[in-house]
Design a protein around this ligand. Structure first.
Ligand SMILES: [Zn+2]
Length: 280
């Protein structure tokens, strides 16, 4: 691992951090001393991924489960969606909107209602069924890869990736696809867990988002910027947000903790990064 380069900023300053055991598998977590991100390195093999996902029949939330999980956190996704779509209305050069990994459609629904022309992409069958029930429209049930990229070259003004990039081993492949489907001047809107957050610093190796092999990338803002810059994007907007389980809010000393976490947003140290990049 020593001497490996960072998958985000490409600096050769990656250092082994710790090993994380997940059931009978183990994954090495590394940190990049240049951009401050962390990642699973070496990347999990396809065999390790298959082993994990087969054991968990994962990523199959029904609409009811997705809604219940979403409502159990404050703020919920409808609040996030309103804020993000409003921001995109100001930034995007047009109305064509692609929602990658659309889930049950919280963001697509809001984008529709604010006048965007939405193309949603969601490979998981349960999520796709939930999407159809919530949004009233069916997503393309596939991954963003070859065929769909060819079909949609330079066709979009906005591409949204919410809670997607932290799962992707081949980040360069994903950024290439993203860039292909966006028109020049188009906006990539990104939401990922924030490895530079106050809470992440506090938790260290116990960071709740370090969950291989589901999450393989733990981005700092500098790491995310470097990745997008390398693929021809410049950052045009940034905010961080914090979400907490509702059941914890009533507990002492949670109001204090939540207050500190909310305050951390104002210093760019909230739990989730929302970043907006314009394709040059
Ligand atoms: Zn780096």
């Amino acid at each position: 691992m020593q001497g490996d380069s960072c998958p985000f900023c490409r600096a050769a300053h990656v250092r082994f951090w710790f090993t994380m055991a997940v059931e009978e598998q183990s994954f090495k977590i590394a940190r990049c001393m240049a951009c401050g991100s962390a990642m699973v390195l070496p990347r999990p093999s396809q065999q390790e991924m298959d082993h994990y996902y087969q054991a968990h029949s994962y990523g199959d939330p029904t609409l009811e489960l997705s809604l219940a999980l979403d409502k159990s956190h404050f703020p919920d996704s409808s609040v996030d969606a309103k804020r993000i779509i409003q921001r995109l209305k100001a930034l995007a050069p047009g109305k064509r909107f692609m929602d990658i990994g659309a889930g049950v459609g919280f963001f697509s629904r809001e984008a529709n209602s604010q006048g965007f022309e939405v193309t949603a992409v969601e490979p998981n069958p349960n999520s796709a069924a939930g999407f159809a029930a919530l949004v009233g429209d069916s997503p393309l049930q596939m991954l963003l890869s070859g065929d769909i990229v060819d079909q949609y070259v330079q066709s979009q003004d906005v591409v949204l990736l919410s809670q997607v990039l932290e799962h992707i081993c081949d980040v360069d492949g994903m950024l290439g696809a993203l860039s292909s489907v966006l028109a020049t001047g188009g906006i990539a809107a990104i939401a990922v867990p924030h490895f530079g957050s106050f809470l992440s610093r506090l938790q260290g190796k116990k960071d709740m988002y370090i969950s291989p092999p589901e999450h393989v990338n733990y981005f700092s803002l500098a790491g995310l910027d470097a990745l997008f810059d390398r693929h021809g994007f410049e950052r045009v907007g940034f905010t961080t947000v914090t979400k907490v389980p509702r059941r914890s809010i009533g507990l002492v000393p949670w109001p204090l903790v939540y207050g500190i976490l909310k305050l951390s947003e104002y210093f760019g140290k909230g739990m989730i990064i929302n970043a907006y990049y314009r394709k040059r």
